[in-house]
Structures are given as structure tokens and as C-alpha cells.
Design a protein around this ligand. Structure first.
Ligand code: C5J
Length: 223
């Protein structure tokens, strides 16, 4: 059961020891993928992200079946907004700011409906749920401690959006010595050109940030 798993990927095969792998589900929150949330308040068409949900669910089911580590992240802030920099609150001079009340409650604020993870990918008992104030999942969190304590060396990344929180997290992880495989069909962006570019730049230069693969190749390799 502990034999190395080999996944066809770009720029070359991604291999991992199944006792040392974790799945990151980054910011699959209503605020980003459902109407009436933070993403839409910034003028985005949230339907562009929804294609990532079904393939991610399959990968999540696989990790659950194998009993491998699963970590869900949520971008958002404390109810008193004491961890929200004015620069982030005011950027772009939006009509609705973080902490303001939208159709799904307070935008990107912990405890609101919009801040929580979508029902399709909702965490179950035993999975880590990590609240983060920034784009990268390592900044201002205990993610690195959790991964090191669990002996994790390899990360499979899914989530939204590709060029914002997924990209920031992959870069932070790569700098900390983790090998990262991003599943292209399990991530999405409001901007098709940023999706393409982000995936290209991860894997360019011999995998300067990491590897890019697909959920089907991963699931076949695990099977
Ligand atoms: C954004 C994220 N796009 N989760 N957050 O603001 O990517």
C-alpha cells in the first residue's frame, strides 16, 4: 500500500509516497463560487469557477477512501476585522467591502454563510479546516506546522482562483521544500487567460514552481 505512486504530469512524472501526501482544497467558499458573494461583488462571473467542483469531489473522495490527509482552506477575516489590513479592505474602492453585509451575510467574514465551504466539497470529521487572512495559505497560519507534524512532503493542489490563492499557496509551498502537483481541471479562474498563464508558469523551466496534471491521471495512478 505504501508503494510510490507515479502520476503522469508536466513537465515530467510526479511521484509521491502515499504516507507523505496531502490534498489542499483552496478556498472553495460560497464567496468565490456562488452568486451574491465576494467574487461577484468584485464584478466577476462566478460560473467560470464551477467546472472545478465535480473533479475535485472525485479527488476528495479518493483521499477519503485512502485515509490521506485533507486540508481545506478558507480566505476570510475575524468578525471584528482586526486582522484585515486597510490596504486589502480598500483596494479597488469596491461598493461592498470585506465585512459588509451581502446576500450571503458579511463578505469574507468568518461565521457568515458566504465565507463557508460549498456543500459539494464540505469538510468531514478529521479533515483540517484552515482559516487564512491572506491569499497564500502559509501566511499567518499554522499550515507549515501541520504539514511537517504529519510528515507531509508532497501536496496536491485544487481550488480557486488559479492565479490568486492557488498560485500564492503553490509558491509559498515550493519555497518551503514541498513538491506540488496542481490539478488543472480542479482549479479555476474568473479569467481564462490568467488560468492558462498561471498553469504554464508553474510548470515552465523544468517545473520551477511545480507540476501540472489532471484528476483523471491522478485517480488512475492511485487505483
Ligand atoms: C481571491 C482567492 N481571488 N481565493 N481569492 O481573491 O483566490
Amino acid at each position: 500500500k505504501n508503494a510510490e505512486i507515479r502520476v503522469p504530469a508536466e513537465p515530467y512524472e510526479f511521484t509521491f509516497d502515499p504516507t507523505r501526501v496531502a490534498l489542499l482544497c483552496i478556498d472553495f467558499q460560497r464567496d468565490f463560487v456562488e452568486a451574491g458573494g465576494f467574487g461577484e461583488s468584485l464584478g466577476n462571473d462566478v460560473s467560470t469557477l464551477r467546472g472545478a467542483i465535480a473533479p475535485t469531489r472525485k479527488v476528495l473522495d479518493c483521499f477519503r477512501e485512502q485515509d490521506w490527509m485533507v486540508i481545506h482552506t478558507r480566505e476570510g477575516h475575524r468578525e471584528d476585522l482586526s486582522d484585515l489590513f486597510p490596504s486589502k479592505r480598500d483596494r479597488g474602492n469596491p461598493t461592498l467591502r470585506i465585512g459588509d453585509i451581502g446576500p450571503m451575510g458579511r463578505l469574507l467574514t468568518r461565521g457568515s454563510k458566504g465565507h463557508d465551504i460549498i456543500p459539494e466539497l464540505y469538510p468531514i470529521e478529521g479533515e483540517v479546516v484552515l482559516d487564512k487572512p491572506g491569499k497564500g495559505a502559509f501566511y499567518g497560519t499554522d499550515l507549515e506546522t501541520i504539514l511537517r507534524a504529519g510528515g507531509i512532503t508532497h501536496l496536491i493542489l485544487t481550488g480557486v482562483t488559479t492565479e490568486v490563492c492557488v498560485q500564492s499557496t503553490a509558491r509559498e509551498a515550493n519555497d518551503r521544500g514541498f513538491d506540488c502537483l496542481i490539478l488543472s481541471d480542479c482549479t479555476g479562474s474568473y479569467f481564462p487567460e490568467f488560468y492558462e498563464s498561471a498553469l504554464h508558469m508553474f510548470k515552465a523551466q523544468g517545473g520551477i514552481v511545480g507540476w501540472v496534471g489532471t484528476s483523471t491521471d491522478l485517480l488512475t495512478a492511485v487505483d
